[in-house]
Structure formats: C-alpha cells, structure tokens
Design a protein around this ligand. Structure first.
Ligand code: PAF
Length: 326
C-alpha cells in the first residue's frame, strides 16, 4: 500500500525504514531539502542499541521530498493513508498552510502526536478527511538525517478518538476502516506490535498523564528520565503534578486506567538513561510541546472548575526556558 509519512524525525524514519523493508511503498515528506538529498543519496538506516542487525534501505526504494510539495502530489496521486509524525509545534505552526488546500479531500490521516489539541485543529483544516489517532510506546532516537536508532520496542495502538468523530458518526461507519486495517497489517508485517482499538481515548489520556509528569520535570531539572527518581523530594513533586492531573480528569469525567502512577514510575525506571522529548527540545533551544501537554490539562481544569495551579506554573516555567530574547 502507498503510505505518505509527513515528518522525518525519529519516529517517521523508524516507521519508514521498517515499512519499506517489508515491501510498503513509502513517500517521506521532510522539512529540509538537505534531508531529502541525503536520504536520496545515502538511503535510510534503522539500527539497534543492542547490536541487532541494522536495516538499510537504498534511496531508490522510496521517495523523500520537501513537505511543501505534499499537497500538489496528494492532489495528483493520492496515497492510501498519511501518517503525521511531526511534533505539535510543527503541526500547529507549519502544516496549516500546507494542508488547507486539501480541505475538500477525503484523506485518511493517522496522527502520532503527544498531547492534545491537534485533532481539533486538523478537523477545522480538513473537514472532509478521516482522522485517526495512534499512540505509541516505541522508542526511537535520530542519529543523523538518515539514520535512526530503535531504542526500545513498544506498541502502536490506532483508533478513532471521540474528538475526531463527527456528531452522527460511529466507529462502525468509518468509510476508511479497511485502509486503516491494511495499514495495521503493513505495520505487523514490518515487525511492529500494532493493533486497532475502540478504547483509544483511554490510551491517549494515560499517555498524556505520563508525558505531563515526566516531560516538564526532566526538562526543568535537566535530567534523564531515571533522574526523576533520584530523591524522595523529586518523587513527591511528580506525585503532586500527577494528583492535580487526575483530579482534573475526574472533574471532566475522563476515565483513565488505574495504576497510572505506578506506570509512570516504571517508565522512569525502564527508560532511565533516555532524554525525554521535552528535555531534548530545551537542550536544542526548540519550542517545546508544553502547551499541548500540560497546557491541555490547564484548559480542561479551567473549563470544568478544577484547580490546576501546578500545571499552570510548570507551563510558564518551561515556556520561559525556550523564549528567545528580542
Ligand atoms: O515524550 C517522551 O520523551 C516519552 O514519551 C517519555 C517516555 C514520556 C519520556 O521519555
């Protein structure tokens, strides 16, 4: 099947490399011309930290073009599914202009972002398209513009978020369910542990809790994930952020899995040496996703009368870390 991937960061390259080597037709849409050139000349490599055999795909087995050309190509020669593997920052700042001309099209988009808020934006931009959400625990680190390290095997769960359903639409009426099933099969053929779920909202909100505790604190303290467990004082602050977030969920009527607190501690232990995506952004002086992670908890609290002082503070602190002096 023909798969478009917008975003050639760590996750985009990982998905592309493994899907291409399993026989899928992939078009990769990159933000820089330099990356397109390097991918065309050097191909794409997925390597493993544990020394497993790397996957290398030559540049003539896929196309890599600047994302600015996505719209034109999509109009002339549509792919079956488009994966969005850019960060929230890029999605909100750069993609609206690129996607708007496709507002009459019936695209199938699968969104891999952390946090909340992107589905609402995409619904406005692409009212005729079908928006799916993918939540993944795959861990990947981009080493160069053409090489990604698969740092930890996880799962990919795909579903329709209640935010992406139109008023009278139900899961059973999705016109493109067949394409998404074929995509999940392509993922499985490429060695991913992928499934379709009707409970994707629960998984989204679980991941939001994990990100809302781990990401900002690792960014503020500049520690890898395991560093959060270094002292009881740090764990106490994590617990306070967590408690405020679940109280907000309760006020909003959001259901979440029990034992998420234990899961957060386990993620810190299992990924103890990893740099969180938010700390990586701060270290590279890039805008972070704080607005769509802790900021979405603040918005939920404000809308449903829950007190969210800690999440408001943390948003202000992390935003201040990457503000450039004018
Ligand atoms: O955003 C991230 O970096 C990850 O989702 C996680 C596991 C919360 C921290 O590394």
């Amino acid at each position: 099947m023909k798969i478009d991937i917008i975003g050639a960061g760590a996750l985009g390259l990982l998905l592309a490399g493994k899907l291409i080597s399993a026989g899928s037709e992939v078009r990769l849409w990159c933000r820089s011309e330099q990356q397109c050139r390097e991918l065309a000349s050097s191909g794409l490599t997925v390597s493993y930290e544990d020394g497993g055999e790397a996957i290398s795909v030559k540049g003539d087995r896929f196309s890599a073009e600047p994302v600015s050309k996505y719209t034109q190509r999509q109009l002339a020669d549509p792919g079956e599914v488009t994966l969005l593997t850019v960060k929230q920052t890029v999605l909100h700042h750069e993609l609206p202009e690129i996607l708007r001309p496709l507002q009459d099209r019936n695209l199938t988009m699968i969104c891999f972002q952390n946090g909340c808020g992107h589905i609402e934006l995409l619904q406005e931009l692409l009212p005729e398209s079908s928006l799916w959400v993918a939540v993944t625990t795959e861990a990947a680190k981009r080493k160069t513009l053409t090489e990604v390290i698969h740092a930890g095997k996880g799962e990919i769960c795909i579903g329709k978020s209640s935010h992406s359903l139109h008023h009278n639409e139900s899961n059973a009426q999705d016109w493109d369910r067949g394409s998404v099933i074929s995509f999940a099969e392509a993922l499985a053929a490429a060695g991913f542990n992928a499934s379709l779920s009707k409970e994707v909202d629960t998984i989204i909100y679980r991941k939001l809790l994990i990100n809302a505790v781990i990401n900002p604190l690792t960014a503020i303290w500049r520690v890898p994930n395991g560093g959060l467990l270094a002292s009881p004082e740090r764990v106490q602050i994590m617990k306070e952020l967590y408690t405020e977030a679940v109280q907000t969920y309760d006020a909003c009527g959001i259901t979440y899995e029990k034992h998420v607190w234990e899961a957060i501690l386990e993620v810190c232990r299992a990924t103890s040496g990893n740099i969180s995506s938010m700390l990586a952004d701060v270290l590279a002086s890039r805008e972070t996703e704080i607005r769509w992670i802790n900021g979405s908890i603040v918005n939920m609290g404000l809308q449903h009368g829950a007190q969210v002082p800690l999440h408001r503070w943390i948003c202000g602190l992390v935003e201040g870390m990457t503000v450039r002096e004018r």
